[in-house]
Design a protein. Sequence first.
Length: 228
Amino acid sequence: LSGSEVSEELCGNDESEELSGSSESEELSGCRSEELSGSSESEELNESGECVQLSGRSESDELSGNDESEELSRSNQCKELSGSGESEELSGCDESEELSGSDDRGDLSESSESEELSGREESEELSGTDKSEELSGSDESEDLSGISESGELSGREESEEMSGSGESKELSGNDASEELSGSDASEELFGNDESEELSGSGEIEELCGSGESEELSGSIESEELSVC
């Protein structure tokens, strides 16, 4: 190992990891050898009787089952066998980025069929539908049952949950109207045969009692309200 300050060789594997910039060399083929170039005493542990065995000891570098050793799998600092000494494996490590179930990335299994809400603190959930309605910061208008006048719901900081909570707008069985204070038009939804009045527009839209659906004209997928 002369010529490089540190060289780590993983014997018994098809790929060997050689570290050219560190100060210790580790050979994991049954013994741990440290040859320090420039020191007065060199430890040759491969052929002497002072071998540090790789099983049952806390001072050795075990391949499995030791907290202080360099483990090839499920270690706090895993090392890939691709020529990097401080790289992190993507599977089984505590500090590595896991490919599945990570908190730092979005779930890819259901994101292709749902609309992501950008710039919003809360998402608007519609009971009985699988699609979420994207309302924040967009110039999209909400076309109610094919009418040209639309109530714009953009510029709201808090979203509306349509699943029957206290702050949500309920589309059926509601006696009191809900006014959308953050938008230009305030939308009042009654639970009877009365019409929806959009303040700021001179037209009256009738929702309930008809079989038409509420479609978002600018969004990727329209939401269909089955109660009206």
